[in-house]
Design a protein around this ligand. Structure first.
Ligand SMILES: NC(=O)c1ccc[n+]([C@@H]2O[C@H](COP(=O)([O-])OP(=O)(O)OC[C@H]3O[C@@H](n4cnc5c(N)ncnc54)[C@H](OP(=O)(O)O)[C@@H]3O)[C@@H](O)[C@H]2O)c1
Length: 325
């Protein structure tokens, strides 16, 4: 038997439940889960179910890392330390909020060189997304000499890790936050300028140009403001909707300033793109960096933590220790 956060049906509440190992898929890699995380998407799944969860019963958790117990495909040796994010885990098939998981071998990665299992979950899907967003800006051609980069939702998971990577690469970073209490935290991460997110909500469709690139995890009017203040020819990566799913703008920033809007989905990325992004994370981030932006918690506290994250009462990343000590 093992424990997992199980949601039995659309009308049921999530509960940490005892489950028999027999119900796990028998043709997957069986992993003893050491760490998982809570991303924004996990919290939506736990608290609201739809539209994240596509079928029931479901074990939540879009990320985990752990130790291989058994692999029927023989790709991973017992004892190997592995990492899994996305690919529909916690949405279409059972996820990482569990003491045991059985997943397709082709979805697993080895823990990146220089990282521990805990480091990998201090990053999780949020960190992977941040790293892919930074790579999009770099591949577009932006360098520290090009100008300033804006990061919205700066105190969140995607936000903090984007900032840490951009700072390591030498960029001048502007952060937006909805809470002035985060100012000191963001200054300590090295953010040079901080603005309140609400100011983005009220700019004109084309406003004063302030940054050459941006990573946005908010969507809605905030993303409108981000595009409105991007320098001509600049690039914006849209990767989240923490403020809203709408995008009430005009084509003006695109046809009059030629700004480039990139979408990003880290969930169904190729293994090659994932490895590239994880290597950037491992190259840029130290234990100290990751300890400064994350807190470790026991699995038993998951429901309370999910509620706090959705209410925007969390700074940085939440890591879950999945085995009882
Ligand atoms: N595209 C992908 O593949 C992908 C992958 C991961 C995440 N995401 C999305 O990216 C977004 C951020 O994820 P995350 O894990 O970083 O979440 P998170 O840790 O909760 O961070 C989101 C941050 O946004 C700000 N925020 C929250 N609610 C807000 C509101 N109503 N209005 C304005 N600002 C608000 C807060 O920062 P401040 O307190 O500093 O304002 C919060 O810390 C989510 O929408 C998530 O679904 C997408």
């Amino acid at each position: 038997m093992f424990k997992a956060l199980l949601i039995n049906s659309e009308n049921d509440r999530p509960q940490i439940s005892e489950i028999s190992e027999d119900v796990l898929r028998q043709d997957g890699v069986l992993v003893k889960v050491e760490y998982s995380t809570l991303n924004y998407k996990d919290c939506l799944a736990i608290l609201h179910g739809k539209p994240i969860i596509r079928k029931y019963p479901m074990v939540t958790g879009i990320d985990f890392c752990g130790t291989v117990l058994n692999d029927s495909s023989s790709e991973f040796k017992p004892g190997s330390e592995v990492l899994m994010t996305g690919f529909g885990m916690g949405e279409k098939f059972w996820g990482g909020h569990s003491e045991l998981a059985s997943v397709d071998a082709s979805f697993l990665l080895a823990i990146p060189n220089g990282f521990t299992m805990k480091n990998a979950m201090q990053c999780g899907t949020a960190g992977l997304t941040a790293s892919m967003a930074v790579l999009k800006l770099k591949d577009f051609g932006l360098t520290p000499d090009s100008g300033k980069i804006l990061v919205t939702g700066a105190s969140g998971g995607v936000g903090t890790i984007s900032i840490l990577i951009l700072k390591k690469l030498g960029f001048h970073v502007i952060g937006t936050t909805s809470n002035t209490k985060n100012f000191e935290f963001l200054e300590n991460l090295g953010v040079e300028e901080i603005i309140e997110t609400s100011t983005l909500n009220s700019v004109k469709i084309l406003d004063k140009q302030k940054w050459i690139g941006a990573i946005d995890s908010l969507g809605s009017k905030a993303l409108v403001g981000v595009c409105a203040c991007t320098f001509a020819g600049g690039a914006v990566v849209a990767c989240g909707n923490a403020q809203g799913i709408d995008f009430p703008t005009s084509v003006a920033p695109f046809i009059l300033r030629g700004i480039n809007l990139f979408g990003l989905d880290s969930v169904y990325q190729t293994i090659a793109n994932r490895k590239r992004a994880w290597n950037l994370l491992a190259e840029c981030l130290t234990d100290n960096d990751l300890d400064n932006i994350s807190t470790e918690h026991q699995f038993k506290d998951i429901l309370d933590l999910a509620k706090r994250l959705i209410e925007n009462k969390v700074t940085g990343r939440l890591v879950l220790r999945m085995q009882e000590s």
